[in-house]
Structure formats: structure tokens, C-alpha cells
Design a binder for this molecule. Sequence first.
Ligand code: ZN
Length: 314
Amino acid sequence: MNTPLRIGMDIGGTKTEAVAIDAAGDVLATTLLPTHSGVAAVLATAQLAVEQLASALGCAVSDFASVGVGIPGQINRDAGEVQLAYNLRIEHLALAARLGERTGLPVSLENDVNAAALGAAHLLGLDGTVVYLNLGTGLANGLVVDGELQRGACGVSGEIGHLPIDPLGRPCPCGQRGCLETAASGAALRTYWPAGGEHPGRSLLPAIDAGDSDASAAFEHLVRGTATALRMLVLLLDPHTIVVGGGLRLLGPRFFDAVATRLDEWARESPFIAELHIGARLRPLPEGSPAAAVGAALAANDPAQKSCADAAKR
Ligand SMILES: [Zn+2]
């Protein structure tokens, strides 16, 4: 096959989405499989996704040039390893080598939020400085400048969820207190509204409509926390565009309108904030966008990243 086809894969907690893209980055085929947690199941699902894409395109697995995998957890791109991906029940996995053995293809790994940032900038045709804010169970962002993913010195860039906003605030799973993630994330929403159960984002709006005042208060807290995160991103990075993705974006226009209203209120109180035009920079990631899978395919060509330990030796 003449065209170098690349595979990108987004291994999430509930589903694995894989795409095949051509040299221009256009998606030629897509497959979606349920993710089952644990090392063996994750590897089997990833291998099956590659085989299904080959089948869909009527080619052999060996016709693909590379596989890029976006996955949550701590990624060592240099070693091709992922560790502490708790929602996949993976403590440590040499995923690049193991999937490479099964497929015969070169495999590279990328943090899932970074992959989504690169894919969103590509799919939405965004130039300049693009921030992707993942408003999921946790809170993190990716940064793309002129089409290039910015990972920082050792890949830590974008862990905005652990910016300390209140040293006396609520405990965070990272072991500190008052991190931004304790105010703006699915985990924060669970704390604000324990009655909402494990997936409060799904039942929040119906509960508000039914007159649940606790749900309304939780919504307002989440809106304020999200607006705070957006304000920080603009002040830190001054991006042209902030794409908002992650599970909580499925709260939809009502949520985004409430965030915009909060930003407008701050702008009325402060000429300085008004000049930032934060709301005008926002763009929800379209529902069903394969941004993370596409971005993982695109990132596969990037050079390997030094580990933090190696970076510190310089
Ligand atoms: Zn934290």
C-alpha cells in the first residue's frame, strides 16, 4: 500500500476507540470496542481494534505504518510504558512492546489528554495556541502550539487539576489540599452532591429540574470551579482557543451558558478580566469526536520524551 496509514487509539475506562488515518490526517476507518480492565483485557482489545481496522480497509495489519495509543495514567513515552492507570486496573504495563509483539507494528504511547488536545486542534482546524481542557472525573489540560504538542520538560505540563487554589481546602487524591480538581471535576461534583452517586453528571440536570436544591447548589459550585479553571488557563497560557471536552461537557449548553454567565459577571466587576475575553475563546468538543484517537495517531511521529529522572540529570 502506497499511502502510509497510521492507527490511533484512545483506551478509556469504558471504551476503546481506534481510527486509521491517512497522510493528511483524514479518518478512513473507525472502530469502537468496550474496554475491559486489566492488562490481558486491555492488550487483547487493542490488538482486536488493529485487526478490525485492517479488515474494514481490506488491508493487512502489516500495511499500517504505526500505532499511537492514548491512555490515562503516568506515561513514559521513552520506554513505552504506562503505570498507575487506576480506572483500567493497570499498575504497570510495557504497552508499546507488548502490543508491538502482537501486531508487528511500532507502537508509541501518549497521555490521553495530550492526545485529545492534538486531535482536537487537527479536527477543528485550529491554529495558534490551543488548550484542551478535559473536564472529566479529574481535571487536566493539553497544550498545542502551531500544531505541535507541548509536553514540557518531562511530560508533566497540563496537570492543572493539582494547581493549589486553597491551601486550606478539601483533600485531593494527590495527597495535597485545595487543588483545582477539588472544585472543578466529576470527582468534585460527587463531593458537592453525594446523592448523585457514582456518575452525578448524568442525573444532575434532571434533579435540578425536579427541585433538588442540593443539586442546584452543586451545579453552581461546579460552574464557578470551571470558570476559575478557564480563567487560570487564559492567564497562564493566553490561548487563542480553549476546547472543552471530557464527560462533564455532556451537561451541554445549559452548563456552558452558566459558565459564560459567571465569566460575564466577573468581567462586569473587573475591567481587567473583561479585557481577557475568556468566553469568546471557548469551544466545546463536539460529542462523539474521535479527538484522542486521532491525536494519538498524529503524536506517534513525535520523538520520544525523556523521563523526569533523565531530564533532571541535565
Ligand atoms: Zn491534587
